[in-house]
Design a protein around this ligand. Sequence first.
Ligand code: RIB
Ligand code: CA
Length: 312
Amino acid sequence: MPKKVILDVDPGIDDAMALCLALFNPELDVVAVTAVGGNCPPDQATRNVQAIIEQLDPPRWPRIGAASPPDHALPVDGRYLHGSDGLGGANLQVAELRSRHPSEKVISDAIRATPNAVTIIALGPLTNLARVFLRDPELTSMVGEVIMVGGTVSGPGNITPAAEFNMYCDPESARTVFRSPLTKTLVPLDLTNQIVLSYDLFNKLPDESTRVGKLLHTILPPAFRAYRQRFGQEGIHVHDSVALMAAIHPTLFTIEGMAADVETAGELTSGATVFDRRRVPAWRHNLGVAIAMDREKVVDAIIQGLHQAAKR
Ligand code: RIB
Ligand code: CA
């Protein structure tokens, strides 16, 4: 029985790759793809979700949720890495802008439609999830689990010295989700930074004669250029695809129960994820954290997954 999932995304080049993997994976039933602002503004994120799905034309089209503005303006612009339109400047055409249900309503409806059977895979800021569970706390007991990408356990941030991008964009929402009684798993930068999509791996991706290959060959080269110019790094991180692998291939990951919260007021530390790892912790465990993975097998699963997707 395919696992019912909702993908909450801020596409975002690595979000787009994760969507390629998820939308064609026979083990997943992607019931909804909901947009959230982050790598690009909310309206662009919504447009990108629709454009990606139109480009890929998956066997089963998910419901689409429209991102609404966060309570506070995004504190950072992710387009330095993801391009002017969030997808490397691909400027993908959208056939028609469908009626747009807000992401938080699409998520709520999907949970109610199949209680205790939906996994939410959060690949962007946690704005939508916080809204869903603040407005309808009963839903926290109706979700299967939440898998989130972001935060850092002991490594540095990637958007500030202290904070990872998704948590930094909306720390209040991140704190709300961390403090909720949801069954949560966090895939932090400490892990996702261990994988770099090199040029060699890029050359192993499906070719442009396929829908998946055509999209990846359009959006990835600008990301390689941005990583080289910004970080002097040859190769790109694919954070969201790594987190998706935790949902598809959980045995490739080691998960440890931890106690964590999110800084919301620090002048220098806003968005930092703080873990109670004292010898005698005072905070109660509130989430599982992916502390290790079989890196080679995760890389292989991503590449093979993209080839499977290209054949569908
Ligand atoms: O810090 C990496 C995360 O922030 C990824 O999800 C990336 O897409 C951005 O949203
Ligand atoms: Ca993302």
